[in-house]
Design a protein around this ligand. Structure first.
Ligand SMILES: Cc1cc2nc3c(=O)[nH]c(=O)nc-3n(C[C@H](O)[C@H](O)[C@H](O)COP(=O)(O)O)c2cc1C
Ligand code: SF4
Length: 464
């Protein structure tokens, strides 16, 4: 018995009565239903940062999902140096028209599914990858870090004198965010997400307790980046709304314990902790006295700040795919470079749901999207409906499920036959592929990938 609290409706309600179809109006937003598509990157842009055919197809499928809230599409870098991989999309004058095409294709498919684009809200997720930059070659990390992290620096093999981003360089990055947001506004996006999650730069600011100078130390210093990004966007793109995706809870990095590895096969993940590192000063949403546990006090303060800044759209996620993937995307099967889950993946689902519920209760005026539901598989519609109905969350965000079965929640609330063979089973190939330099996609279930040369290449890569 896991003793978890997860709401679950036995019957799915169909049509306009379905909680998943309830519209949500809160000035200035009118969002047509409670289904959201999470940002899902494909590692499949061109070398100069434009979308490829695969990218366009993914965005069309986002549209076909019937979701009325599209949270950012995928991570789009604000500068070449800030890209997480050489195929990440880039907001630049040369890519602008093609990025705009993604939005219009998504909208077209959305109208095809739902009959209209009333209440459709589309954002663009803007990012700088910070510690996880790999702009030029998949095999060459080029980290840009804000402070020395005793565990992550070691993992990235960074020398003790590895340079930190200077305040001047940070100011230039803030201007990149302004430029990228202005482009998004010109392209007709309704909002931009100033990404603060998953270990990337925005998230690293929040844990920069040990950084000296204007952008670290106190809560005020650690949130200065956000405030300056927001201030600039408001002055140059006044009609553009702003959202924030936040890793609201976190824990220490996990790794596979090599002493337990059999024939190089993944083994259970273990937490990297050390008594010398307590109180823990290198995390956000982490309990400093027991860093294996989360602590919502600073995230609550952060959400209060968002309210003060007039930011209503908030997307709650957790942890990082780089240092504790079982927290961020609960799965039964790890990616090739991962570890077996150290807990029942349902515990991970419940953890994100509970944190989101607590934040929703404290901040009823914010429009909150929840994450990490895909492991629920066939139960996802039942849990999603109950979570919205009971007010745990305003929008249920679909991540991996949207790669395998984009229409899942639309079908469920339409009363259509569920396509069980498309239900994401958390095989993690969509993560294994990019870790091996291949585009991401649902290789096991989506015929587009399953029957392609890429599937052969992935098979070969897994054998290596
Ligand atoms: C292949 C892949 C790509 C992702 N790309 C992004 C991204 O670009 N931006 C982001 O904020 N999260 C990204 N995520 C995280 C998801 O948005 C989501 O938080 C996570 O998969 C957990 O939700 P789920 O259980 O519905 O999959 C990605 C996840 C996967 C598996
Ligand atoms: S590869 Fe497909 S089934 Fe596996 S986790 Fe990704 S979306 Fe789900």
């Amino acid at each position: 018995m896991l003793g978890l609290q997860i709401p679950c409706d036995p019957q799915i309600v169909i049509g306009a009565e379905s909680p998943l179809r309830w519209p949500l109006e809160r000035d200035p937003f009118k969002i047509g239903n409670r289904i959201a598509v999470q940002p899902m990157e494909g590692w499949d842009g061109t070398a100069d940062g434009a979308p490829s055919e695969n990218t366009v197809r993914r965005w069309q499928r986002f549209g076909r999902s019937g979701a009325k809230l599209i949270w950012g599409g995928e991570a789009v870098a604000v500068s070449h140096e800030g890209r997480a991989n050489p195929n990440q999309l880039l907001a630049a004058p040369r890519t602008q028209q093609k990025l705009a095409h993604l939005r219009s294709e998504l909208r077209r498919e959305h109208i095809h599914t739902t009959g209209s684009d009333d209440g459709l809200v589309i954002g663009l997720q803007l990012t700088h990858s910070g510690r996880y930059c790999r702009p030029n070659e998949q095999s060459r990390p080029e980290p840009r870090i804000l402070y020395r992290h005793p565990l992550l620096d070691r993992r990235l093999k960074l020398a003790p004198d590895y340079p930190l981003l200077t305040d001047k360089e940070i100011e230039a990055i803030i201007e990149d965010f302004h430029r990228a947001a202005f482009m998004a506004w010109q392209m007709g996006f309704d909002f931009v997400d100033i990404k603060h999650c998953h270990g990337y730069l925005g998230h690293e600011f929040l844990s920069a307790h040990t950084r000296e100078g204007r952008y670290g130390g106190t809560f005020e210093g650690r949130t200065r980046f956000l405030r300056e990004v927001v201030q600039g966007i408001r002055s140059i793109a006044p009609g553009l709304h702003i959202g924030v995706r936040l890793s609201a809870i976190d824990t220490v990095p996990f790794h596979r314990d090599p002493s337990q590895s059999v024939h190089g096969k993944p083994c259970t993940g273990v937490a990297e902790t050390h008594p010398d590192l307590v109180p823990y000063r290198w995390g956000f949403g982490v309990n400093p006295l027991d860093p294996t546990d989360s602590d919502l006090s600073e995230p609550q303060r952060f959400l209060s700040l968002l309210e003060e800044l007039g930011i209503l759209l908030v997307n709650i996620t957790a942890g990082s795919p780089y240092y504790n993937p079982h927290v961020q995307r609960p799965a039964l099967f790890p990616p090739s470079d991962g570890y077996l889950p150290p807990e029942d993946p349902l515990v991970g689902v419940a953890r994100q749901m509970e944190a989101t519920r607590e934040l929703k209760q404290r901040f009823p005026n914010l429009l909150i999207v929840g994450s990490g539901y895909s492991y629920l598989q066939d139960f996802l519609p039942h849990v999603a409906q109950a979570a919205v109905r009971e007010g745990w969350v305003d929008f249920v965000g679909l991540g991996r499920m949207v790669l395998s079965y984009p229409e899942m929640l639309w079908d469920a609330s339409e009363g259509a036959q569920m396509q069980r063979k498309l239900v994401c089973r958390t095989f993690s190939d969509c993560t294994t592929a990019p870790r091996n330099g291949l585009p991401s996609g649902c290789y096991p279930l989506d015929p587009y990938y399953k029957d392609s040369d890429l599937a052969e290449k992935l098979k070969e890569a897994k054998k290596r």
